[in-house]
Design a protein around this ligand. Structure first.
Ligand code: NAP
Length: 488
């Protein structure tokens, strides 16, 4: 009798403590999610300035760690075995990838990782739909959230893989177009949205749900096909925004607050970034998505025989640099390719040691991703105070400069952006190095920039070309200036 009474007493204690324990666990999870969300917002805020950007990444990473910890405390987790396997496989694959990828390959790396995030969101959507349907718990609201999730998730999966393939040159980076393509894509989108609408009306109609998934997968491919490789960073940040929206919808479907907040932040952040990038290139969103930019120019050579650019020897350029009062460095994509930032800083140090001043004009779309050159120059320890990120401010400084030196840049200094209405660059705000006393351009040869058009700056009277790889050419200039300094 006594053992039986003890058992009954133990059961009632357990029954009384269970809701309390569950309440405590839930409170800890929600507090952790709240802390994670605050860290995400702080991270985004810190990312808006180069000097706090590194801290921003760390804050966001702490936020993500908190979100993962909170999720692992969830009592609905049946077994930790598969989570552990995923964690180990992800860490083994992700860590070396992130450490080894060069800065110039960052856009495709981001596209690649987006694709996996989107696969996760799509799979969660499919599994959740199947379970809710089998349990008979599907409402129009839930079907709407899940349909939204798989529409944007699946589109992001194939779109991101396509963007990766184009940037990694696994497929051609040129736009692939065919007649009626835009109409075809709009039709596909209309059928997908129609099926989505039907799903909300009839939540248990499985064919409508899977039609949305299938069409979205197809749309990701067909929408990215006509976009040139150079426009991929805009597309990637747009897909980033879609992945965020898919994550937020997942949050609604499975009742997870941190997913809703993080997804909404990513959705809004990605969209704003895409708009800013399009603006800095003076292109409309529609032009990026439907414009097939990057195709060979139809009327190349229509401007008559090209003038030959004048060159300058590194000895003469070094002599001028050694005695220059003010120098403005304009770095472009070629500096990132050549990884010439450290030697560029050495050159600047020499000019400053001789009494000159050096500033850096950073164009919003220099390189191949937002902030590309800021990151590269920060890596070389260049003072943030020396960076000019506003095109108008930089142009004012250029007017009084002795030397403007363009390192691996092209489109960001193309005067046709101001003078030639037929140029694809027309309207893009550009630097005006020709207003300085003399312009030096370091590039390997006569290669065009991302837009594929010629640059009349190179044949202006005050421009001198220094042909060579940016790192090598700057290295030679450094040696020459040192030799001159030692000669005194
Ligand atoms: P760019 O117009 O692409 O020109 C880069 C130049 O660097 C080329 O003309 C190339 O000429 C030279 N170059 C390449 N490798 C080099 C090396 N190792 N050493 C020296 N020079 C080298 O670059 P940009 O002036 O930075 O302009 C960026 C372009 O990308 C803009 O048109 C922008 O709209 C576009 N874009 C940017 C973003 C973004 O977020 N930043 C996104 C999408 C598109 P040679 O072959 O003769 O050396």
């Amino acid at each position: 009798m006594l053992p039986l009474l003890q058992e009954v007493a133990a059961d009632s204690v357990a029954a009384a403590t269970e809701p309390a324990a569950s309440f405590l666990r839930d409170s800890i999870i929600q507090t952790t999610y709240l802390a994670a969300s605050v860290m995400f917002i702080l991270g985004l805020k810190s990312l808006t300035k180069p000097d706090s950007a590194r801290r921003g990444m760390q804050q966001a990473a702490i936020g993500m760690l908190l979100a993962v910890i909170g999720t692992l405390l969830n009592q609905h987790i049946v077994t930790y075995q598969w989570i552990l396997i995923g964690l180990v496989v992800g860490a083994i694959a992700g860590y070396p990838m992130a450490m080894k990828v060069p800065m110039t390959a960052m856009p495709q790396f981001i596209a690649f990782s987006h694709a996996f995030g989107a696969i996760a969101a799509t799979l969660v959507g499919v599994v959740e739909y199947r379970e809710l349907r089998a349990e008979g718990h599907l409402t129009s609201g839930l079907a709407g959230a899940l349909g939204f999730e798989v529409l944007f998730g699946a589109l992001t999966v194939t779109g991101s893989f396509m963007a990766f393939g184009k940037l990694q040159e696994l497929i051609t980076g040129r736009p692939i177009t065919f007649k009626g393509q835009n109409f075809f894509n709009i039709l596909l989108m209309a059928v997908a949205v129609g099926s989505f609408g039907f799903l909300i009306y009839q939540p248990t109609t499985a064919w409508a749900f899977y039609t949305v998934v299938g069409l979205a997968l197809f749309l990701g491919i067909s929408m990215v096909l006509p976009i040139g490789g150079g426009d991929m960073p805009v597309v990637i940040s747009l897909l980033n925004s879609y992945a965020g929206l898919a994550a937020a919808a997942t949050g609604f479907a499975i009742g997870n607050n941190v997913l809703i907040i993080a997804g909404a932040l990513e959705g809004a952040g990605g969209f704003i970034l895409s708009v800013m990038m399009s603006k800095a290139m003076n292109r409309s969103f529609g032009n990026v998505i439907f414009g097939a930019f990057g195709a060979p120019p139809a009327a190349a050579g229509a401007k008559g025989p090209a003038k030959e650019p004048k060159t300058i020897s590194t000895e003469d350029a070094a002599m001028q640099l050694a005695y220059a009062g003010s120098v403005v460095v304009i770095p472009g994509y070629g500096m990132a390719v050549a990884q010439a930032q450290h030697i560029c800083r050495e050159l600047a140090d020499l000019v400053e040691a001789n009494g000159g001043s050096v500033k850096y004009a950073i164009h919003p779309v220099a390189g191949r991703m937002p902030g590309h050159l800021n990151v590269i120059l920060a890596e070389a320890g260049i003072d943030y105070g020396a960076l000019m990120t506003d095109v108008d401010d930089a142009n004012r400084v250029l007017k009084d400069a002795d030397i403007a030196i363009i390192v691996g840049g092209n489109d960001i200094v193309n005067p046709d952006a101001e003078n030639d209405k037929s140029s694809p660059l027309f309207g893009m705000p550009i630097f005006r190095p020709w207003t300085a006393k003399v312009t030096y351009v370091i590039k390997r040869g006569k290669g065009v920039g991302f837009s594929g058009v010629e640059n009349p700056l190179f044949t202006l009277e005050s421009t001198r070309m220094i042909y060579g790889d940016a790192k090598g050419a700057l290295g030679t200039l450094v040696k020459e200036i040192k030799a001159l300094d030692e000669g005194h």
